[in-house]
Structures are given as C-alpha cells and as structure tokens.
Write a protein that binds this ligand. Structure first.
Ligand SMILES: [Fe+2]
Length: 352
C-alpha cells in the first residue's frame, strides 16, 4: 500500500484522533506520527480514560488503541466504541502473541490491526486505508439516505396528485347537480367540527376531513337517472345506490396504506347502529367511529338541502330528527357533539 495514497477528507485539516495506550512512550510516538498526517491528537492510558476523553471530544474519525491495557482492555473498549461511536474507525495494536485476538477484533468491528513495533509507513498506510473505507461507508450512507428521501418525496407527491384528482372529481360530480352542490365540503366541515368536539385532532382529524370530502365519490358509478329519481326506487335501483360505498373504497385504494381511515369512512358511512345499514350491516361500535361521525354530518346535510324527491327541512327540524334517530340509526355521542357545535360557519366558496 503506497504511503502517499491520500486519505479522504477526514484526514484533511485537523481531524481528531484518539490514541489509547498504557505506555507513555508508545503513545507519544504514535501521536507524533499521526500529527504529521494532520491529526489533532488526544490521548488516554486505558479504555476507561479513553471513554471519558470521548465524552469530551465527541465522535472522532479515528482511534488507535492498544489491546492490552489495565482497567479496560482493547477489546472491551472496542465493543463500547462500536455501540456509542459507530462511525469511528478503530485500529488495534497488538503484540505477535495476540494475533488470534487481533483477528477477532476485525470480526468485532475494528477497521484494522497493526503488529507492534509499529513503523511509521505502516501506520500511515493503514490509517489512510481505514479512513478511506470510512469515507466510502459514510458516502454510501449519504446516497442511501438521499435516495430514500427522494423516493419518499415522490411517493408523497404521487399521493398528493392522486388526491387532487379525486377531489376535483368529487367536486365536478357535484357541480353538475344543483341538489348536491357543496354537499361533500359541508359534510367534511360538519364532520371535522363534530370530531374536534369528540377529541379528535392531528392526522385523525385530517382523515375525517378528507373522508368527509370523498365519502360519496363512488356515486360516480351510479346512473344519474337513479341518483336523481324523484319517486321510490325499485329494488334494483336501490341495489345500485348501495354499491357506491364499495366502489368508492375501490377507487381510493391507493390511499389504503397512508389513510386507512378515509377508506373506512367511504365504505361505512351508510351503516346504521341497529345493523340495518349497508354495505356490511355492521352494528354499534363495529362501525368505525370516523364513519359514525360522517354519517351524522351526511344525514344533517341531506335533510337541510333540497333533493329531487323532497324539499329541504329547517335546521332546527333536522337537529330534532338527528336526536330522534340517535341510538337506532346514528351514534348518540356523535349526534350530541354535532348539536353542540352547530351552527358551523361556512366559508363563502361552498355557498356558491
Ligand atoms: Fe353516500
């Protein structure tokens, strides 16, 4: 190994190096050699003392340590260093009789070992090699971290684009229908206010906001003639309506990993506490709480807006009706929370 081989950036300037040896003469010799390589050297006469020095100076790129020392020997010291300072390269010094142990050191994470007596050229070459390897490891880790961050950022961006797409779809779906215009935004706002009252916050509240906005997205697959039919639905037409939660859930499946609560809302917002809802006929607390909250908001908005088959009802009537069906159709706690937070201020954009 040529001694002139440049050690990578860690050697440049005044990189720190800790020299650990119980013999002051050896320590001084090693320090002088390492200083010629540009290191700012620190010293310790035992493993214990070295650990105290490390607490003071932080994680150095390099430690050169003897194997046989009082208090704490080189191997015990190495094991502690690997745990506390995993990015430090440790070069072990050993006598000829300790070569087996020295090889063992490599298995325990030492960068290299040197036999005593140490020559200047040998030490410099081994130090350069150890630090070059360390620099490569750090560089690879940097690439890895950058790559992982980029992949994560792209995944987030893809999900944002997907969400923007389905949100636009939901609004476009409503925009062409005078009866449901603004419905999903109002449901979302009612549900968020109710959920906040019930103690939801942070990401769980975000899930309810989005779930409220998208709860009826599956209606894109329901024929308009059925959606807007003024009279009673036939059995077949009703079956078509009941498919929208499952279709919506399928449409939003890309959110399954990041926002499972949104999918729960979309699937279960037509369940009833008494088990007579759809699509799964869930009862009581088997219905996800987020869906129970959105169901209250959905019921209120449906009652207070005009539909093809009936006129709108005044809010006070609708609140009374919510209380009447609390316990059979709707969750009583969610109903009470909604009644407490109503009326909820409406931003101008949803009143268009
Ligand atoms: Fe619905």
């Amino acid at each position: 190994m040529p001694t002139s081989h440049p050690a990578q950036p860690v050697v440049a300037g005044s990189a720190k190096c800790l020299v650990v040896d119980d013999e002051p003469g050896v320590r001084g010799f090693l320090i002088r050699m390492l200083q010629t390589q540009g290191f700012q050297c620190f010293e310790a006469s035992s493993g214990q003392e070295a650990l105290r020095v490390l607490e003071r100076i932080g994680e150095p790129p390099l430690i050169v340590t003897d194997m046989r020392m009082p208090e704490m020997d080189g191997i015990s010291f190495l094991e502690v260093v690997r745990v506390r300072y995993p990015d430090t390269s440790v070069i072990m010094l050993s006598g000829v009789s300790e070569t087996t142990t020295a090889v063992d050191c490599l298995h325990r994470g030492a960068a290299d070992f040197l036999l005593k007596p140490v020559s200047m050229s040998e030490l410099q070459a081994r130090v350069s090699r150890a630090l070059e390897k360390r620099a490569l490891v750090l560089q690879n880790r940097g690439y890895q971290e950058t790559l992982e961050r980029q992949v994560h950022e792209q995944a987030v961006r893809i999900q944002e684009l997907f969400l923007q797409g389905v949100q636009m779809l939901a609004r476009a779906l409503e925009a062409k229908d005078a009866y449901t215009r603004g419905h999903s935004i109002r449901v979302s706002q009612y549900a968020v206010a109710t959920a906040s009252r019930l103690g939801f916050s942070g990401v769980s509240l975000d899930g309810i906001r989005l779930g409220g906005e998208l709860h009826d997205i599956g209606k894109i697959g329901t024929r308009e003639a059925v959606l807007h039919k003024p009279g009673t639905l036939t059995e077949e037409e009703f079956r078509q309506i009941t498919e929208h939660p499952l279709l919506g859930e399928r449409m939003l499946s890309p959110l399954a990993q990041e926002s499972p609560d949104v999918l729960r809302i979309v699937r279960s917002h037509h369940e009833r506490l008494d088990g007579r809802g759809f699509p799964d006929g869930l009862r009581g607390e088997k219905i996800p709480i987020e869906a129970r909250i959105v169901a209250v908001a959905d019921a209120f908005d449906a009652m207070t807006t005009r539909r093809p088959y009936r006129e709108s009802r005044p809010p006070t009537d609708a609140l009374t009706e919510l209380r009447r069906v609390a316990g059979s159709q709707l969750d009583p706690d969610a109903v009470e929370a909604f009644v407490e937070v109503y009326p909820i201020p409406q931003p101008a954009e949803v009143c268009v």
